[in-house]
Design a protein around this ligand. Structure first.
Ligand code: GLN
Length: 304
């Protein structure tokens, strides 16, 4: 597979799309990132790394963290996770509150904010510092000990967390929060504020396409069935209420974040990560979706 040529081609074609999106500004610190940046990396199961553009620039992973936090929680509590969080696409925005009341405080899935807050609650219960455990986990998966969260981004989000507080308190009223809401929101905001590059995120996601094992170290992260199930959840819920369109166009399980990153996995072959901070109306990187669509078109490889 001539990944270098495909990446070069995508990079050359992506220019016009970089101006079309809008940088997330509801977390003020994220609005400082220049709009017209683009990076993309592919890491194969064999460990080959291909990159283009700003693929080594560390950006705010935001909701991509929900995938890895869910892997941690799923590994810890197994199927009992599903007593507290569903696994259906929500069809509503990632930060929407509307379903929570009619569904008795049980979020639709772990990849929308409400579901990720339940996951954070589980991690806060298990670890003295859930955010440090999360950072440690990301360091292990990507093999880079310098990965950390960006305190400025975390604090910027914390000052504008009214919706997340509302969701967490609402779920607490249904008995679906065990730890104090402030503790959970704090850990969640720091987890979202972890800064990683495309190369690091692609490396970190490889275990999902490799039966739960990190290919470079042989470390088992989760069992084979859980890896398969998490990948299925990414496919059906990973890009919010645009997931149908995303899977139609790209054909890969993926997880996006409002920092402009999207990580995608082709089981048995590779993980890809793209970053471009201009978002579409659903909160997914506009150029990022186009780039991944181009990738699966050029390579002729997707799930289907
Ligand atoms: N930290 C962000 C929030 O809670 C993450 C949202 C996202 O990336 N979609 O709003």
């Amino acid at each position: 597979m001539n990944y270098p040529r495909f990446l070069e081609q995508i990079h050359a074609d992506i220019g016009p799309w970089l101006e079309k999106g809008r940088v997330a500004d509801y977390i003020p610190e994220l609005a400082n990132v220049p709009l017209k940046t683009f990076g993309m990396a592919i890491v194969t199961m064999a460990g080959d790394v291909f990159r283009v553009g700003d693929a080594d620039y560390r950006f705010s992973i935001q909701s991509i963290s929900k995938l890895f936090a869910c892997a941690m929680a799923f590994g810890l509590v197994g199927d009992s996770l599903w007593l507290r969080v569903g696994r259906e696409p929500s069809g509503t925005a990632f930060n929407s509150l509307v379903q929570l009341e009619s569904e008795n405080g049980k979020p639709r899935n772990p990849f929308i904010n409400a579901g990720a807050l339940v996951v954070s609650d589980i991690l806060c219960r298990r670890f003295v510092s859930a955010e440090n455990a999360f950072v440690e986990f990301m360091r292990r998966l990507s093999g880079d000990k310098t990965i950390d969260y960006d305190l400025r981004v975390a604090e910027s989000e914390l000052r504008h967390s009214h919706r997340n507080y509302a969701m967490a308190h609402f779920m607490a009223s249904f008995g679906n929060m065990n730890m104090p809401v402030e503790v959970v929101i704090n850990a969640y905001s720091r987890q979202c504020a972890v800064a990683m590059s495309c190369v690091e995120l692609a490396k970190a996601a490889l275990f999902l396409g490799n039966q739960g094992i990190v290919p470079s170290t042989g470390e088992r992260v989760i069992d084979e069935t859980s890896a398969k199930r998490l990948s299925a959840l990414m496919l059906t819920c990973g890009t919010y209420d645009a997931v149908g369109d995303f899977v139609y166009r790209v054909g890969l399980p993926a997880k996006s974040g409002v920092g402009g990153g999207i990580v995608a996995v082709l089981p048995g072959e590779m993980a890809a990560c793209v970053w471009s901070p201009g978002l579409d109306n659903y909160g997914n990187s506009l150029a990022g979706v186009v780039a991944l669509e181009r990738l699966t078109t050029l390579t002729g490889r997707s799930l289907f």
